[in-house]
Design a protein. Sequence first.
Length: 412
Amino acid sequence: MHVRKFYADTLDEALKEIKRELGPDAIILKTKTNKGLIGQIKKKKIEITAAISEKNYGRKRVIDTILDSEQRDNLYKGSSENIAKTIDGYGGMAVNRPVKTIGKNNVDLDQFLSGSDKKESVPVVAKIPNIEMNSVLESKVLQLERKIAGLEDKVPGEMFKFRNNLRSLDIEESYIQNLIKRATFELSLDDLETYDLVFEFALREMIGEIKTEMPKFSVVNAEKEGVITLLISEASSGQTSMVEKLASLKSNSLVIKNTKSKNEKPMAGEVFDYTVCHASGITNIVSECRKALEQKRSVFIDYKVETKELNDSKNVIEALKRLFPSFEVLVNISSIHSETYNRKVLTKYREYIDGITVAHLDLCMSFGPLFNLAINFPEIPFKFFGTGETIPDDIEAASPERILAGLFKFDN
């Protein structure tokens, strides 16, 4: 920082001196008026302390070396804005340094014979750029750039219509923008004006975003050695009904519940060939799983998280993963819950879970949040969809087509 003190009889004179010596970027640090006895002692009545950064001061010094004294006087008499623009554009003036060129005089015969060869130096005055004209040209260029950018941002009519339709489906704006960019890059201008072609392209892209898989207990080898499937969720998400539907798909399976429910259906197990037992704590759950696997039975654990057992759920999952190689964790979410809540549940168990089951799909009012979960958690596939209360009919294997059918209201 370059700091100097300036003295003058009036404030106007002091400010002009600061503008000349430090330039328009100078900062006034302190102003002092000498009055009374001090004013009589001091030579000047106004005392101002000003400062400027070394960078700006260096640029001003370059201008001062380029211009002569008369040009400097004319420059610093102007407005601060013009001075600042001149200092900023000093590179353009650097090529116009004042130089002295030698001009030839007409020499007659007598002067030549007398040996006189006087030469006169004619100074070439450097021209200061027309700052006002430059500012006008810069504004015109900026206007043209904005017009060009506006033309590039225009979206064809059918593409614009499709984009608005996607926005009405609660799909994330960032994904919509990326989808529009891919369509603009891959489709021709004629295709972009055809709604059906744009829609088909979007369907192909969106289907690829939704990952689905079959569960471990559906593998052929599972018939020989049994598989443990643990379902976990928070709050009321239809988990118990989902466990019973999954258990009904495997004959002679075992359902383990860590809590007792008031609405249990003891007859359902007898009808659909599965048994239910209650086991709380890691030790009891592991014991029941060992017994079932020895009998080559599939095990489904209906694990409900209590408020006081938030950390116990993760301990149970880690223990079962260490003890049993054929172990799978599914998080059950409800399609009628908010996207924010379901996202929170998936984030909490993200490092442990192998898949997602979705309940209450028949009551879902908007499939956009489910699609958003698919693109935000691409490593977690959908496994099953629950479509009603009936066991075992109201369950189906997860598929991208089912989510898109609900999203765009296709007829089943």
